[in-house]
Write a protein that binds this ligand. Structure first.
Ligand code: GDP
Ligand code: IMO
Ligand code: MG
Length: 427
């Protein structure tokens, strides 16, 4: 019963979509377990480029059943338009399964996300504005709307009333906005019910039965370890658990079932939105990483902040996720630098610190301590084996592996499916 978790080891956008798609051909189910359409996963198949936000990247592999698990927050309008967009391009989406326990991102959750950010002013998180945080807040406050509620009109009405009771007070009295009408929300949500019905399933049962029948199940994380609500750079995080444990709660599988945890790790670092980022570059190197790496957000179109590789963060990701492997992506982007600095530790208040400090105040003024590794100038995008890489690129990978605490089992040398060096098999 191979159950693999594939997740981001940094601040998101590590190339999870490509890695999931690559495995899609040999996997029976791909399950998203947290997050929502704040994710933006780019997958390149041949000359076709797909941007997925809510759907698991396995949707592009014909033999694979894509599943949206209970831990995901679902904007029905986004889901339906993503499905029809793929159908128009000839992708069969009929196998999709959607958990009846997944929470719905309602229009008022999106409004609250936007007004809260505006209200925070310069203290804002820089969210994607997709209603993610407020929807998870409703879930925890026990006033959330679940997919299954769409099939019981009177319950839906009561729940929307309960959810809007306090929110309308806040919207009108604090944020100076118009109140949101219960009937209008209920009507909008009911309009999605029949369109979504073919996909709704008891996904926990399906996934566990698949594992019992020796099917291969891949759990695809959105966002990344440092954006985790518990283990990330709080409060500059998302509102779910992208870390490995999130796969268990967000899909309904026991930890004893998970056989492998693969961390997707970019050969340098990026982050979108506000929050600390020790190796961030503000010079022409940062500009070059952004340009060569195409580091512009898939969801919001914002420029990603760029910096050198941070081994402290990679070690942390190994620890909190129990990583068994790394998939190193975008090594090709570093081609052409004579020297490549890598952060091996931090300096905090004049002291060398080897591990991620648990204190936010320390992390906010951590200064990177760099080791510089020799670069390479040869084109590596055609490399098929580790030995095809120039010696300095091999040494860079080996150094990162040594510092990060788990074997690098695959290396991305370009955005395409076939631009990958597989060192150890994942299944
Ligand atoms: P995700 O959110 O983790 O799925 O990552 P994104 O799709 O937001 O960002 C990763 C970007 O890098 C996408 O544009 C991918 O097509 C691209 N990409 C993935 N792996 C590689 C690689 O090895 N080399 C290059 N050059 N691009 C890659
Ligand atoms: P993928 O799956 C990068 C960031 C936002 C913001 C913070 C909170 O493509 O890796 P939210 O809307 O989730 O409440 O915003 O998290 N963020 C991401 N950054 N990649 C993502 O997803 C992200 N999803 C959310 O920029 O800083
Ligand atoms: Mg992304």
């Amino acid at each position: 019963m191979p159950a693999l978790v594939l997740l981001g080891a940094q601040w998101g956008d590590e190339g999870k979509g490509k890695a999931t798609d690559l495995l899609g051909g040999s996997v029976d189910y791909v399950v998203r377990y947290q997050g929502g359409n704040n994710a933006g996963h780019t997958v390149v198949v041949g000359d076709q480029k797909y941007a997925l936000h809510l759907l698991p990247s396995g949707i592009l592999s014909p033999g694979c059943t894509p599943v949206i698990g209970n831990g995901v927050v679902v904007d029905p309008s986004v889901l339906l338009s993503e499905l029809s967009g793929l159908n128009e391009r000839g992708v069969d989406t009929s196998k999709l399964l959607l958990s009846g326990n997944a929470h719905i991102i309602t229009p008022y959750n999106v409004t609250v996300d936007k007004v809260t950010e505006r209200f925070l002013g310069k203290r804002k998180i820089g969210t994607t504005g997709r209603g993610i945080g407020p929807t998870y807040a409703d879930k925890i406050n026990r006033v959330g709307i679940r997919v299954q509620d769409l099939y019981d009109e009177s319950i839906l009405l009561q729940k929307v009333e309960a959810a809007l009771d306090v929110k309308n007070q806040l919207l009108t009295k604090l944020y100076n906005r118009r109140a949101i009408a219960v009937d209008q929300v209920v009507e909008e949500l009911l309009a999605y019910a029949e369109k979504l019905r073919p996909y709704v399933a008891d996904t926990v049962l399906v996934i566990n039965q698949a594992l019992e029948n020796d099917k291969v199940v891949l759990f695809e994380g959105g966002q990344g370890t440092l954006l985790d609500i518990d283990h990330g750079t709080y409060p500059f995080v998302t509102s779910s658990n992208p870390t490995a444990g999130g796969a268990c709660t967000g899909a309904g599988v026991g930890p004893t079932k998970i056989s492998r945890v693969i961390g997707i790790l970019k050969a340098y670092t990026t982050r979108v939105g506000a929050g600390p980022f020790p190796t961030e570059l503000f010079d022409e190197d940062g500009e070059a990483l952004r340009r060569i790496g195409g580091e512009v957000g898939v969801t919001t179109g914002r420029d990603r902040r760029c910096g050198w590789f941070d081994a402290v963060i990679a070690r942390y990701a190994t620890r909190v996720n129990g990583l068994t492997d790394f998939f190193l992506t975008k090594l090709d982007v570093l081609t052409g630098w004579e020297q490549i600095p890598v952060c091996v530790a931090y300096e905090i208040d004049g002291k060398r610190v080897e591990e991620l400090p648990y204190s936010q105040s320390d992390f906010h003024h951590a200064k990177p301590i760099y080791e510089t590794l020799p670069g390479w100038s040869e084109d590596i995008t055609k490399a098929k084996t580790f030995e095809d890489l120039p010696k300095n690129a091999q040494d860079y990978v080996k150094a990162l592996e040594e510092m990060s605490g788990a074997p690098i089992s695959a290396i991305g040398v370009g955005p395409g499916r076939d631009e990958t060096i597989q060192i150890n098999s994942f299944i």
